[in-house]
Design a protein around this ligand. Sequence first.
Ligand SMILES: NC(=O)c1ccc[n+]([C@@H]2O[C@H](COP(=O)([O-])OP(=O)(O)OC[C@H]3O[C@@H](n4cnc5c(N)ncnc54)[C@H](OP(=O)(O)O)[C@@H]3O)[C@@H](O)[C@H]2O)c1
Length: 401
Amino acid sequence: MRSWLHDCLARRPWWMNALMAFCFYMATLYMPWDFFLKPIDRDAEAWFGFLLRGWGAKATEPLHWAIYAAGAYGFWRMRGWMWPWAALYAAQVALGMVVWGIVYKGGAVGWLSGLAGAVVPAMVAVGIWNTRARFGVKRATMRQRYGEWALVTGASAGIGAEFARALAREGMSCVLTARRDDRLRLLADELEKQYGVATRVVAADLEQSAGVEHLVEALRDIDLAVFINNAGFGYSGRFDKQDPKRLRAMIEVNCVAPVVLAGHLLPRLRQRGCGAMIISGSIAGRQPLPYHALYSATKVFDLHVGEALWAEMRGTGVDILVLEPGPTESEFRDVAGEIREVGEPAANVVQLSLDALGRQPSVISGWFNWARATFARLVPRTVLILMAEKFVLQQTPEEMR
Ligand SMILES: NC(=O)c1ccc[n+]([C@@H]2O[C@H](COP(=O)([O-])OP(=O)(O)OC[C@H]3O[C@@H](n4cnc5c(N)ncnc54)[C@H](OP(=O)(O)O)[C@@H]3O)[C@@H](O)[C@H]2O)c1
């Protein structure tokens, strides 16, 4: 915990950490109180040095709230978009202090108190400008960070195929595995021609323990650096209408195979002193999902295992990340037997996880999915489950309800 906090705080100077803590306090405590609880007749907001009172103040509070929330997030992640507007905003506060002194106090006292009040925000504006190079720092390529070879399970479609493309683009040679080896060969050909990397195709059925063993054997002579533990599928419908054999297969592919493979491969990564594993979880694992009951259970399993391993592997040179996508463009919905809905491009989800790797235990793609997951933590369990049921039913075909 201490070393994690140390790593997080080391990304910015002390005064910026203080600014981030201030933004966090304002976004989570002060502004909610200000907006929801402060009586209108006591409400006041300052914009560009001019005071708004009563309803004028109340109406503009959400904007202040959004600014502090964006500030807390932007400083935390050191996003590239953060520094220009944060510097500008601090400069505006400095100017506002001078205006406030002149308008509301007047005379030499007003000028002097305004200028005195402007010193700190002006220093913050200059400080952010001077440290702008620390924001949006581009990371090294996956090959530079970890080594040459990556294993991608579930590489014949969707998110897995995009993982293989992204890793090859960053110079990594790929072992591609799934059951449909014709698809894998096509992808291997594409990666070799387009990115000049080496590939190896291993057809394996991860539902069978023989398939998992076959894959482990096929990796013996490779110095594996990155393991994308991604293969998985869903199965939509009311539990008593579902085929128990398929439910069992889901546990094998989504839970047993990832753990057994990690059991074989993580010791090798740890021995190298450098490596990474990404597990494809899902925001489906953030709450129980009626009519997708077992799938959401397999994904909370993946989330807990992955996040726990992140802590165990800290300091060994092995980075672990659980990727939690929301609805994503792939073959997932057809395989699960769900009604189709628009999803995020798989390439976006993959890029997000490669950027987050080594920084945090898990990452949720998209702010809307993040809001859904946060909401799931806050509402009472019964309400959450019943809301989830309503939502999933819309995607469940009539005959499986
Ligand atoms: N798409 C989404 O909306 C979404 C959202 C959240 C999480 N996820 C997770 O993301 C991961 C990838 O899903 P996707 O969206 O890319 O779905 P997809 O397009 O259906 O791809 C699934 C991959 O898993 C492989 N696979 C399935 N059963 C297998 C088995 N028995 N043995 C070996 N490989 C098997 C498939 O290959 P073969 O059929 O060729 O074997 C395929 O390559 C899954 O873990 C899924 O739970 C997806």
